[in-house]
Design a protein around this ligand. Sequence first.
Ligand code: BG6
Ligand code: GLC
Ligand code: GLC
Length: 935
Amino acid sequence: MFVSLLGTLGCLTLPDELRPEESDQLLCVPGGQPPLWKFMDSIRSEGLQQGEEALSCPEEGLPRPSDSSELVQDCLQQFKVTVAQLQQIQASLLGSMEQALRGQASPVPAVRMLPTYVGSTPHGTEQGDFVVLELGATGASLRVLWVTLTGIEGHRVEPRSQEFVIPQDVMLGTGQQLFDFAAHCLSEFLDAQPVSKQGLQLGFSFSFPCHQTGLDRSTLISWTKGFRCSGVEGQDVVQLLRDAIQRQGAYNIDVVAVVNDTVGTMMGCELGARPCEVGLVVDTGTNVCYMEEARDVAVLDEDRGRVCVSVEWGSFSDDGALGPVLTTFDHTLDHESLNPGAQRFEKMIGGLYLGELVRLVLAHLTRRGVLFRGCPSPALLSQGSVLLEHVAEMEDPSAGAARVHAILQDLGLSPEASDVELVQRVCAAVCTRAAQLCAAALAAVLSRLQHSREQQTLQVAVATGGRVCERHPRFCSILQGTVMLLAPECDVSFIPSADGGGRGVAMVTAVAARLAAHRRLLEETLAPFRLNHDQLAAVQAQMREAMAKGLRGEASSLRMLPTYVRATPDGSERGDFLALDLGGTNFRVLLLFDHIVDCIVDFQQKQGLSGQSLPLGFTFSFPCKQLGLDQGILLNWTKGFNASDCEGQDVVSLLREAITRRQAVELNVVAIVNDTVGTMMSCGYEDPRCEIGLIVGTGTNACYMEELRNVAGVPGDSGHMCINMEWGAFGDDGSLDTLSTCFDASVDQASINPGKQRFEKMISGMYLGEIVRHILLHLTSLGVLFRGQQTQRLQTRDIFKTKFLSEIESDSLALRQVRAILEDLGLPLTSDDTLMVLEVCQAVSQRAAQLCGAGVAAVAEKIRENRGLEELAVSVGVDGTLYKLHPHFSSLVAATVRELAPRCAVTFLQSEDGSGKGAALVTAVACRLAQSTRV
Ligand code: BG6
Ligand code: GLC
Ligand code: GLC
């Protein structure tokens, strides 16, 4: 009889030969539950002690004790919870929630408040076919669903689904067994579906407490609800599932998203008049999720929007609040469970436990002789024999005494009419308390919502799911009534989930799939910016070749201009000099030489130097053909300068003419110096090994000390000369075309000098922002960014300044500050957008730094080889806003140089006071030489 009942409930195995009292196996719950309790391998449970008594129960039973009504009263009274107690639980849970939100960990996790990476409730536009795998929501069963989202409101396609019973040894076996079993079920289900084996997208509903770090990354914190597979806690369950699917090998399935059952329940809620922002599940276990303000979730680096938080209230365990409502039966149940001391709140509400609580009470009353004439059955004394379904039926007033009688008989009991009535009261007491406690907890969540939304009356829909909610009408009505009592300021409608949350999981999967597709597009777009070792080594080699050609006076994109600076400073240089610095960020407004002279006059007056004839060093940061220290013919403008009638002219003469026109001053222009040279000289004053000058600012360029014998066109075979490489023009002969992206081409085309300064346009501050802007435009056109909406701002040239790149990539900035910077630029971003823009900036600046490093490596190697050295120690004087302000640029340059020029120990020195000091040093040396010639 008993065995046949289990059969109808679909239990997997019940060995006939094993009488429950002899067995250390547990009986099953629907769906063929494996043991959800500790096995009684030693005699310690109240049940078994009674079992021994029971064997000695006389045929006719024991007389009912005289104090039986008090005993009943005492027992049932324990399950009564007062409104004050419920309010205390509500307040305490709310406090725990807020504490956990603030990130204040308590030693015992009260509630976990786990962010889920679901940032919005469904739009209703999600569409596609999805496979959903549900594990852990409903006891020992696993469900696979095929869900079709039409994207059309009100148009539903019924999901197809199949349920599989998880064998007991799998539930308590290894993680690999469990996930292999899941992969096997997936295949079996899909085999029966008319679907392709390729490109399937899966949403994984995994209903245990997990730390999520992305929509598809989730680490199991601890098992609950009778699962205990080894090797899974602390692991990413998505990866475990992926591995198992791969081992299985039958289908190509992409696990796109992982969600808790509460989230699936909330997300699957029909779009109604009010927002559905809470998902409640009471099934084997119980839990809730809701939409929290992201700024209030301390662990998230987010200050805007909302995020779905899984409360994991099953672990709520405040002794002060829960203590008074815990009964002796709760303690016994906890003690006998697989996870004693854990999930105390869940153990008073979840469906896995309600039957067991009823059983413990019935066994207790039987032992006292109040029920069944004092004669329990072996089943009544065996853990897990009273099922949630039994309780539901027995407490349902419409079930009728005959049905209760039948159920009890199936449990091997011989109930009298009074027994039937008392059993119904016990069931009602246990379930009423569960519903009330659940209501108190839900009221806490609603209070939290109301508080964070700052609303007088909160209008909200709560999606409900799970067998307890679905199949116990009384549970739901008590829950709703109690919520109204405890949270009168909330106007709540309860919406039962239509299909166990499967649709909601598919919704999340649809969103995750879209995001994953966006990520792929982002990766594809940025791939050409990610240069490998071979590509960088090729740049270095090409640079070396172009240097050699340029020095020999052959056609080359590197002009290799002699500067007539023959020595770096020796530190003895003294005197007063004027220095003028044109060509970097700070002089960008100066376009005419007369204006420059005005500035000098003004400066001299302020410094009390009027009337003195001072030697002047002129830093002029453009390509000049020099025929001596004080003669420089401007070859062409770069970096956006375009003053007319200067190209082909000697800029020193232009300056001298302006001085003459402005008769008030006497200035003696002694030297014209490129900024790279000025920087090298100024750093060389401190460090004699400084033989390379590097600028990475508005533009980029380098100079270094070359052997004079290698420099065609300058007489002399001994000694050195500083060569201004003008490396910004490297690649103007097409040699960089294989590395150049379509975004580089767009920036080049829109520039004032198309086809020119190709290396500079991939590296320097004047162009990086523009490259980023063009990439963002492209990603927007693909729908990856800004929801595909082109904004006017993004069409604006030069809105991205170099300093934004530096700011955005600064490690000390939180993502929210990055977004603030971008919003200041007028870009309407979501948090996903912010991260992507950051990645774009990183890819562009990383490539720039690596190319720059390849250039420095080429120069250092050239010097080493010139000198026939095995190892070279050399310093580079550096200046420029990009190099100095960007948080990672300098270290990336250095790393690339180490990689490409391993035999050179290269030290980078930042120029402290610009290249002006260097120009003065060049001037000082020139004056000294001039004087000594005169002498
Ligand atoms: C300055 C130097 O510090 O850096 C200038 O004094 C140089 O000579 C400039 O041109 C380069 O950096 P930016 O970022 O101003 O172009
Ligand atoms: C347990 C799980 C939780 C789940 C709930 C309902 O409490 O820890 O993640 O949501 O059961 O299934
Ligand atoms: C440009 C100029 C070059 C200068 C560099 C850095 O490339 O052509 O002369 O050194 O910018 O300012």
